[in-house]
Design a binder for this molecule. Structure first.
Ligand code: HEC
Ligand code: HEC
Ligand code: HEC
Length: 115
């Protein structure tokens, strides 16, 4: 157990180092992949870099919450961001694009939430 915790810490440390390095070239784009907490439904692995490749700006996500690690869960805990607000923003875009027959992301619960 102790060994695996240490191993995880090393991986996290490594990815933080990489994102800090790429940030020096311009804006800090944050981590390439981010795990979001999803309550009892299980967490969501969110491909951040994939979305940054699609959109020229950082909206609509960072209109809802600042560019900080673990901020979604923090604001929800503080009652400053209603539960599922971010999720509804995610699924709305995926559904809108699916309706236009465009390349899109998941809309089914378990395609985002993993136990
Ligand atoms: C489709 C949604 C979405 C888009 C578009 C998006 N982000 Fe993010 N971003 C997120 C989420 C979700 C988080 C994680 C918040 C959390 O951990 O609670 C995040 C976190 C961050 C962080 C904090 C560090 C980290 O890695 O957690 C930075 C910096 C960041 N984003 C920069 C950007 C920039 C710059 C753009 C535009 C080029 C952008 N993001 C576009 C969703 C998005
Ligand atoms: C596109 C990905 C995605 C899909 C599809 C999705 N979710 Fe979520 N869900 C999220 C994200 C991201 C969060 C965390 C942020 C938030 O609460 O808005 C979340 C949070 C939640 C939460 C926790 C709220 C809390 O904090 O108590 C529940 C419950 C939930 N989702 C249920 C569902 C159900 C049920 C479905 C299917 C109808 C579903 N989700 C589909 C991404 C998704
Ligand atoms: C403005 C539109 C938009 C928003 C907002 C958005 N997405 Fe997506 N998402 C997309 C598109 C378009 C794709 C398809 C990308 C591709 O296949 O190239 C995608 C793909 C995905 C995928 C699958 C990636 C893969 O490699 O298969 C996941 C998971 C995902 N989104 C989760 C989320 C979550 C979680 C959020 C909210 C934090 C979110 N998305 C917000 C447009 C959006």
């Amino acid at each position: 157990m102790k060994t695996s915790l240490l191993f995880n810490a090393m991986i996290i440390g490594g990815s933080l180092f990489l994102s800090a390095g790429s940030g020096m070239a311009g804006d800090d784009n944050g981590a390439k992949s981010i795990v979001l907490k999803g309550g009892g439904m299980g967490s969501i692995t969110f491909p951040h870099a994939v979305h940054q490749g699609i959109f020229v700006d950082c909206k609509p996500c960072h209109d809802l919450f600042p560019k900080e690690s673990q901020v979604v869960d923090k604001l929800k805990t503080e009652g400053k961001l209603p539960k599922k607000n971010v999720m509804n923003m995610c699924t709305k875009c995926h559904k809108d694009l699916a309706g236009k027959d465009q390349k899109t992301g998941p809309t089914r619960c378990m395609d985002c939430h993993k136990k």
